[in-house]
Design a protein around this ligand. Sequence first.
Ligand SMILES: [Zn+2]
Length: 337
Amino acid sequence: MLHVYSDTASEGHLNRCAPVERPERFPAALAGIEEAGRAGVPVAWRACRPAPEDAVRAVHSPSYLKCLEGASGAASGYLSADTDLGPGSWEATSLASGAAMGAVESALSGTAAFAVSRPPGHHAGRGYGMGFCLLNHAAVAAGHARSLGLRRVAILDWDVHHGNGTQDVFYRDEGVLYLSAHQSPLYPGTGGTREVGDGPGRGFTVNAPLPAGSGEEAYVAAFSGLFLPVLREFRPELLIVSAGYDAHAADPLGGMRLVTGSFGRFAAELAALTRELGTSPPALVLEGGYDLEALSASVAATAEGLGQEPPRWSYHGDVKPVEVARETLAPFWKSLR
Ligand SMILES: [Zn+2]
C-alpha cells in the first residue's frame, strides 16, 4: 500500500523566473502514481492540510516567513534570481509542506507514503528561499517527526542538486542525518565531502558529490559504500527521501545518466533497509525533475520499486568521491573504517 498526499494548489504557484519548474510538473508526477496503480501498486490518495505555523517555524525563521507570506500576498516578489512567487505560492508551498508531514504520519503508522507536490523544497534554508524552493518540506517533515518524539531521523536526497537548505537546517544537529548524492560541480555549489556537519552535528552530514555524466554504477557506489552502511549504523526511526528526478539522463537541468529503472532500484533498496532495521517504511517527498515524461516514468518506477526485491548491490571501491567521503567520515562511523 502507498499513501499519496497531494493537493491541486500545487498548480497555483507560478515561478516566472524559472519556466522549467512549471505547474505541469504536478499532473505529470501524479500520472506516474496512476501508472504505478495500473501496474498493481495499491494506492490510497490522501488529502493534505497546510503545514501549521509551529511546524514551519521549527525550520524557518519568523522574519523569512513574514517576507514569504508578504510577497505572496502582494502578488509578486523575488526571493532570488531564479525564484519568484505570486498569489498562489504561499498556499502551494504550505500545502506541500503539509503533504510531507502527512507522509511522515503514514510512514510512522506503517504505510509507505509519497508527498507529490511543488514547488520543491530542499534549497530553502532557515532564513532564505532559492533554487525554486520556498519552504523546505523534507525539513518540516523531519521536524514534525521529532515533535512526535522521534530521536533519529534520516533524510536521503537523490535530487541531482545538493540540498543545501536541508543541510544548513540540520548542520549542527545529531538527531537528523542528511545524506546526499548529487552532481558536482553544479548549482548550488555546496555538498563537498568535507562538509560533514558542525558541533554536535559533526559526522551527521554525508555528501557524495559525483561528476557530471555519472550513471547508476556511481550511485550504486554511493549507496553501497556510504549511505547504507551509515544508515545501518545510525538506525533511523524514520527515513525521509528527497526524491528529485533531475539526475535522469533526459533531464534538461542535470547532466547525469540515470535511467527510469534506477529510481525503482533506489526505492527498493531503501524500503528493504527499513524492513531490515525493523523501522517505518520510507516517506518520500518530491523535489526536482524537469523532463515531464521522465518525471512521470520515474515516479512510477519509484512507487513500484518500494514493493520490489532489492538489487543487492556490493561496493567495489572504484568511485573516487565515494572513497574520499568514506575516508573523511570514517572517524565518525565504524562501518566506514
Ligand atoms: Zn534538483
